[in-house]
Design a protein around this ligand. Structure first.
Ligand code: 5AD
Ligand code: SF4
Length: 451
């Protein structure tokens, strides 16, 4: 629990609160923003109400995350009048959209700082500038050097997120990411491996490699498979995960490395988006449903106990009932352990934004049907865990209940017992299966490897 302590002696030190929207990548970026603010002498507080500095770490991939951020920023208008010293900073990829900063300055003139997604490290500089000149409005969404090392304030122990690359080259026709995050840049392998060695020495038990398309990692003669292989050879007990993969780049070489490495988790997040070849082509995904099914089969055949999760989108422009049926068939065939389901929303500047959007009712009907079908599969997969034991990395504790995951990504909750604590590996006997999650009991006499 974060507390509001008396101000430190550092001049202009502030209490800050970060509001995060979007995916895990943004959660990790908020850890970087927190690290930058701590280093600059500021202190986190529990609620936005207590803060002198509110940072919105925004996301514009989907319409709803953007709407929520704008709604919350809008709600601060009154408070800014009564709390004169309040600083509002808007960061993240929403600010990188063409024309966004100008429109924000017009519609939300009380926002003090608008900073591009690649300029997080400049926040302290602009906070000082803002402070000195008081009412100066700052806007900087240019991209300088996105790989500036920052002190990360990690909040997800025993997991540590590690970016291996930034940006995206794929230009899926519905997606705004390449426009707001720029082209792919891979971090040097030595830098990544050294960071992971440091994190493991610090006691982290799980490393999750991050990138929009980690499979296309390429730097200094390393491809993704080689990078995975080298990381997995670090001599410590830990779990190695990665996200997100792309079906056009995920391949047998990567599957073989996962198969031969004990610590690379047998859970692959492999977004398929649609089961219709016509829609996949319009989406510019560069694979067919047959290719995807072949990949999924290869994962299941080669990697023991593997589970695959995915992202699915309904209501892409021109999607017919037949296209949607193709998606349902693929879902049935691939048996995903979990699916993140989205209703298509046009993003300004993308290719598909100029295609005719289909009606809301059809979209609603399709998403409801898709979720229903996937939930049934998720439950069937959960049922296969009953009366079996699994090694769980304890990730959280709340009111005497632990939660953690199996190597293949199923969430399990169980009563705290013995001397177990967050970050320990426990052998758990699973007794109850709900739709997505499982419940079990720690086997206290199991031979554990908590090194
Ligand atoms: N509309 C709806 N969903 C989208 N996604 C990306 N862009 C859009 C959009 N315009 C979804 C995709 C992607 C996930 C991160 O967000 O499914 O895999
Ligand atoms: Fe967007 Fe496609 Fe890149 Fe993923 S791979 S970030 S969906 S453009």
């Amino acid at each position: 629990m974060l507390k509001k302590f008396p101000r430190t002696s550092i001049i202009n030190s502030m209490f800050y609160y970060i509001v995060t929207y979007g995916c895990q990548m943004n959660v990790h970026e908020s850890e970087k923003i927190a690290g930058i603010l701590h280093k600059d002498g500021h202190t986190a507080c529990d609620t936005a109400e207590e803060a002198d500095l509110i940072v919105f770490n925004t996301c514009c991939i989907r319409d709803n995350a953007e709407k929520r951020a704008l709604g919350n920023i809008g709600a601060l208008k009154q408070r800014k009048i009564t709390q004169k010293n309040l600083i509002i900073a808007v960061l993240g990829c929403m600010t990188q959209q063409k024309g966004f900063a100008a429109s924000m300055k017009e519609k939300y003139p009380y926002v003090d700082i608008i900073l591009g997604a690649n300029n997080l490290h400049l926040l302290p500089y602009y906070l000082k500038l803002n402070d000195r000149k008081n009412s100066l409005k700052i806007e900087d969404t240019d991209t300088y050097d996105i790989n500036i090392p920052v002190d990360t304030f990690r909040t997800s122990y025993p997991n540590a997120w590690v970016n291996i690359m930034y940006g995206c080259n794929n230009f899926c026709s519905y997606c705004i990411v390449p426009y707001v995050r720029g082209r792919e840049i891979s971090r040097p392998p030595r830098e990544i491996i050294n960071e992971i060695k440091f994190l493991l020495d610090e006691g982290y038990k799980e490393i999750t490699l991050l990138g929009q398309n980690v499979n296309s990692y390429l730097c200094e003669g390393y491809n993704f498979a080689r990078l995975l292989s080298d990381i997995s050879k670090i001599d410590k007990k830990f779990r190695l995960r990665f996200m997100t993969s792309h079906p056009k780049d995920f391949n047998k070489e990567i599957i073989d490395i996962i198969k031969s490495s004990e610590n690379i988790c047998n859970h692959i997040h492999l977004p398929v988006q649609s089961g219709s070849d016509r829609i996949l082509k319009l989406m510019n995904r560069k694979y067919t449903s047959a290719h995807y099914i072949k990949l999924a089969d290869a994962v299941y055949e080669n990697i023991g106990g593997a589970l695959i999760s995915t992202d699915l989108m309904v209501g892409f422009p021109t999607e017919t009932d037949g296209d949607f049926e193709d998606t349902l068939s693929l879902v049935k065939r691939c048996r995903f352990s979990q699916a993140f389901t989205f209703v298509y929303s046009p993003r300004s500047g993308t290719l598909s934004a100029s295609m005719p959007d289909i009606d809301k009712e059809t979209k609603k009907h399709r998403i409801t049907e898709l979720i229903k079908r996937q939930n049934a599969i998720t439950k069937e997969i959960s049922d296969t865990f009953r009366d079996k034991t699994a090694e769980i990395l304890i990730e959280n504790e709340s009111d005497g209940i632990f939660t953690g995951r199996t190597t293949n990504g199923k969430l399990v909750s169980f009563k705290k017992s013995g001397s177990y604590k967050t970050g320990d590996f426990a052998t758990v006997l699973i007794s109850v299966s709900k739709s997505a999650s499982l419940t079990g009991t720690i086997l206290l006499d199991a031979n554990l490897a908590n090194k």
